[in-house]
Design a protein around this ligand. Sequence first.
Ligand SMILES: [Fe+2]
Length: 92
Amino acid sequence: MNPTELEQKHTPVILRQGNGEVSVKVGLVPHPTEEAHHINWVELYRNKAVVERKNIEVGKPAEIVFEIPDLKPEDILMAREECNIHGLWESV
Ligand SMILES: [Fe+2]
């Protein structure tokens, strides 16, 4: 089943960039970052434990980089984000 428009704009996309850098983008279709409609924060989890929560400033792109210096290829990553209108979303 194809993702809905809301899913495409909200589901976090995780990208391992090497050297322990992990970028999380909201979402496949960029989410608005306006006062009226924006992403409050993004959280990254490694092996079900939270790594960090980072806020996203209004007006800045809804994409953020986390640093996990000892990240291993077998580590399982998951991200969550909160939209001020559409609530909580998590990566699959
Ligand atoms: Fe939204």
